[in-house]
Design a protein around this ligand. Sequence first.
Ligand code: F6P
Length: 568
Amino acid sequence: MGSSSLIGDSESWKDLKFHVEDIKKTHLRELMADTERCKSMMVEFDGNLLDYSRQRATLDTLNKLLSLAEAAHVKDKINRMFNGERINSTENRSVLHVALRAPRDAVIKSDGKNVVPDVWGVLDKIREFSERVRSGAWVGATGKPLKDVVAIGIGGSFLGPLFVHTALQTDSEAIESAKGRQLRFLANVDPIDVARNIAGLSPETTLVVVVSKTFTTAETMLNARTLREWISSALGPQAVAKHMVAVSTNLTLVEKFGIDPNNAFAFWDWVGGRYSVCSAVGVLPLSLQYGFSIVEKFLKGAWSVDQHFYSAPFEKNIPVLLGLLSVWNVSFLGYPARAILPYSQALEKLAPHIQQVSMESNGKGVSIDGVPLPYETGEIDFGEPGTNGQHSFYQLIHQGRVIPCDFIGIVKSQQPVYLEGEVVSNHDELMSNFFAQPDALAYGKTAEQLLKENVPQHLVPHKTFCGNRPSISLLLPSLSAYNIGQLLAIYEHRIAVEGFVWGINSFDQWGVELGKSLASQVRKQLHVSRRKGEPIEGFNFSTTTVLSRYLQASADVPSDPSTLLPKM
Ligand code: F6P
């Protein structure tokens, strides 16, 4: 297959299309009865166990998916990514987030230059700065230590760090090192988010970290100006230098904003926003909260999976297998969504983060060469921690639509509880569900079984579960910083594999631009209508009508710009 032709035209793709008919004839109940098959659908890496036996797939399917990977040049694409080639062709950039977690002595090149020393230059600066802040050597304008951090950023400059922060928050080592400190995230331009994030904080003891790759994102910049106002109105404009630092690739704009360039932490164009949690984007706020040494363990975990992804044969390669199975579910079995179901409250922000990584990466309509795709790409990701999800949307998953599920379980709880007189520990109780749900989905429950249980005839259709619903189970040994890094990298690489097979550019995001430019037109209109009473112009009937209503109905809201800072 030539590199510009579509994978959908390849023999391997067509072969899999035919193969779907074979799979339709088998139920997961039968597939699960084949122990040899199940045995070969378990893969282990560094204590992480992936069980994909509950996929609607046979060993034959697997071989065909491996042939598809070959036809799509997946190995070559992985190598090109690690070699720093500009595989993000529409932005003419390399994709090197793996370099962010490489050990000091690794060599990873972009445009012939080893980027690892630059990475470690910033990491060392973060280590030093975060230690000064944490130890109280760096103080605020009134001489007080800065114990609270508000990280301002949105999308990739928010979701990854929030995921890791939430996951670490209950780890005993992390708790110990975060004592007396708070880390908050301000993302939404909604002033309510500002109010919530500064509630209970004092500018005197707060450090604001402005995180933006471009330093132009409208939401982040307005929030940054708002907190700059919060600080300078309380402590004077000179306080900004002590209370605000930045993370960006655009150090010129950082300086223009008024942040001392010495207090700016760089990253690079070869780090995509949604893949930036291992750069200063995540490492700075997390180090301020937990100390650099814990965050370094997180980086090491991610790097261990990078190595596995780069070198393990595909049939034993967790991200590759997961990526191929996702393609199988989306493109061949026709399941458009994926539920991310961690049986761990600490992973409650995994699904929101993966929503961006996956959907911004793979929700594309054309191939990397700009050819409209005759097949859909990407999946609709959503999720909640189990067991909360069970009492919410699992009804649909069991008896409504078929949604392939990712069940993620943890062997050792971060916070074990075992009450006297209880049958099992609280964590075992949680994990009972982790083990039960995949089988419930796979096997279902037949009318015959129900009748044997004397279920009244009229309820039999309602209580029947057709089963045959695919899932994967991923069992992690624990939820240390290291394991969290591993989990992150498994998802990042899985999503890249999907994009590599579909032949799309998983590293650009042009789809977010149109809405942004229309919002800017509305912003201008709101300004001239409110300040100069000018009529609404240039919008369609519907937008004009609702916009007029909005303007009229909010005419009594105070609009003197200098008086408004949120109060909570
Ligand atoms: O609007 C989408 C996006 O560009 C994301 O890709 C990115 O993560 C987010 O905005 C934030 O961008 P920045 O870090 O440049 O503020």
